[in-house]
Design a protein around this ligand. Structure first.
Ligand SMILES: CCCCC/C=C/C(=O)SCCNC(=O)CCNC(=O)[C@H](O)C(C)(C)COP(=O)(O)OP(=O)(O)OC[C@H]1O[C@@H](n2cnc3c(N)ncnc32)[C@H](O)[C@@H]1OP(=O)(O)O
Ligand SMILES: NC(=O)C1=CN([C@@H]2O[C@H](COP(=O)(O)OP(=O)(O)OC[C@H]3O[C@@H](n4cnc5c(N)ncnc54)[C@H](OP(=O)(O)O)[C@@H]3O)[C@@H](O)[C@H]2O)C=CC1
Length: 300
């Protein structure tokens, strides 16, 4: 049932076609619901067609938009080429691509063999590149300047490294640089990245238990002290497709509750629970400010 309540106006994407890879679950599914609720026709891509059929049926219950579904492993070059052609045959256009499909198997670096490394790099770097290249070559390059078009690549907030995710982190770093280069070569198509942090979605179920327990020490890991919501990622994706983002390209938007800002040395939170915060407000800083104010007053 599509009861999605977007903050954007309901006809924002009327007449536009948006491709969402990995649209059958989690963030991709939520994004499909949000974009459909804003009038977009959708092409949903994923490996398991049943998952895509379910999302299509959910959307059909409340939205009259056109939704096509396409079984495709984004790592297979020929399949990607054929899938983009299939989407264009059905919709006639692609205004925006949301490269969301991805994932990995958590493993320490020392246990990853070449096949496993390549599997994950293909899933999180090569696949996104192939999708973007085909959408650009088959449609966008022929329509430059006619309308605002964009490509958004979902990466992951793994700055400074993340144990168990070395293969995926390397691929996501590559995807960020790919986005930056594509924003140069493919302008005026806007190409951006979105880096979710810890989001309460189906993807989280794939993390090993100790990793989940570490993440869930929310007072230490995430300054906003909660997991993100799928809708908090899909809202940013909708924004990047919208005219409100028409001068944003080559950027990466983090959606992570400030997690990377929570360096180990700084306790997070405010008020009595945070000794560093207290040390400012009960000690030095107000005295300094009082002295400064007194000096200023004396000069008047
Ligand atoms: C702050 C942000 C941090 C969070 C960042 C990330 C969050 C998320 O990504 S959430 C989304 C999570 N969802 C997933 O990760 C699920 C998606 N994963 C998969 O679909 C698969 O694991 C896959 C696509 C990555 C691989 O599937 P497949 O292509 O079917 O590959 P195989 O199973 O055939 O394996 C190929 C090859 O890879 C190695 N390998 C696979 N699994 C493992 C494992 N558990 N441990 C070690 N190595 C593994 C291995 O070399 C396999 O070859 P064989 O040995 O010949 O089987
Ligand atoms: N949840 C989180 O905390 C975070 C998630 N991310 C990233 O956000 C994206 C969405 O994650 P989330 O919704 O949580 O996880 P999910 O596992 O629910 O979604 C991933 C989707 O990608 C599809 N997919 C995976 N590999 C391929 C492939 N080779 N070809 C086509 N489709 C594929 C899957 O469908 P199917 O199996 O049918 O192919 C699935 O629907 C992923 O890229 C993920 O890595 C990043 C940071 C944090």
């Amino acid at each position: 049932m599509n009861s999605f309540q977007s903050v954007f106006r309901s006809d924002l994407f009327q007449g536009q076609t948006i491709v969402v890879t990995g649209g059958g679950s989690g963030i991709g599914r939520c994004t499909a619901h949000e974009l459909a609720s804003l009038g977009a026709d959708l092409a949903l891509v994923g490996r398991k067609i049943e998952k895509l059929e379910t999302v299509k049926a959910e959307i059909a219950q409340t939205c009259g938009v056109k939704v096509s579904i396409h079984s495709c492993d984004i790592r297979e070059e020929e399949k990607v080429t054929a899938t983009v052609a299939e989407i264009l045959a059905e919709h006639g256009k692609i205004d925006h691509l949301i490269n969301n499909a991805g994932g990995q198997f958590p493993s320490p670096l020392s246990s990853i063999n070449a096949k496993g490394w390549e599997t994950v790099v293909r899933n999180n770097l090569t696949g996104g590149f192939l999708m973007a290249r085909e959408v650009f070559n088959q449609y966008m390059v022929k329509n430059l300047g006619k309308t605002d078009m964009s490509i958004t690549n979902i990466i992951a907030d793994m700055w400074n490294g993340m144990p168990g995710m070395g293969h995926s982190g390397a691929a996501r770093a590559g995807m960020l640089n790919f986005s930056e280069t594509a924003s140069l070569e493919w302008a005026p198509v806007r190409v951006n990245a979105v880096a979710p942090g810890f989001i309460a979605s189906s993807g989280m179920d794939t993390y090993p238990e100790p990793m989940k327990q570490t993440i869930m020490q929310l007072d230490k890991t995430i300054p906003l002290q909660r997991l993100g919501l799928e809708a908090e990622v899909s809202g940013v994706l909708a924004f990047l497709c919208s005219p409100a983002a028409s001068f944003i390209s080559g950027s990466c938007i983090r959606v992570d509750g400030a997690a990377p800002n929570a360096r180990r040395i700084w306790p997070v939170g405010t008020g009595k629970q945070n000794p560093v915060f207290n040390s400012f407000h009960l000690g030095g800083v107000p005295e300094v400010i009082q002295r400064r104010d007194a000096e200023r007053a004396g000069k008047k």
